[in-house]
Ligand binder design. Sequence first.
Ligand SMILES: [Mg+2]
Length: 227
Amino acid sequence: MPYHWILFDADNTLLDFTGASRKAFAQAINELHIPHHPDLFARYKRVNHIVWTELEKGQIDAVTLRKKRFELFLQDIKIDRDPVLFNKLYLDNLVQHSELLHGARPLLDHLHGKTKLALITNGLKEVQRPRLKHTGIDQYFDVIVVSDEIGKSKPHPDYFDHVFQEMRFPDKKKVLVIGDNLHSDIKGGMDYGIDTCWFNPDGQVNATDIQPTFQAKNFEEIQAVVS
Ligand SMILES: [Mg+2]
């Protein structure tokens, strides 16, 4: 194997975050008796993205994020509900609806025992490990680092310092990061001096100056990169 360590992102790389979040959000909307509208999820995703970007830039902390994304969403749709309760319902539902992307488990089965595996995820501590356990993939990983548990997020080098400390400082040339997000996974890996593989199943155009070492549109292509 060309790499001794493979660092996988979780959401939308191994776990179907898009599907789980849509279902979790719809269920929370029902539970809060908010009138349905086809736009709601898109409007939530827009503010959620803004607030997560603020977190990744270090402008706000994760406690603020939990409340602020639903506060902004409720302001946007002009509905009065408790944003803290909304966040709690959403996160509880997210665990229950979490599933692996099709093909993720066979890839992990293939890699397990051949190379060391780490899971590097920007996520909230009350849901990330329960979601990994719910989907049964926690057992594949030698190291799991949840950003909210250490107070640092990808792409910040302090996050990767922590990951490397847990991996006991392997040779950077023998480490590969795989993830779907150019700004957190790929930029984080590049800035840290390690190879990267951009998981791009939808064939998005890369309009940034962030250049991954590899690109893969499915798990077979990932397997080819790491074999
Ligand atoms: Mg991701």
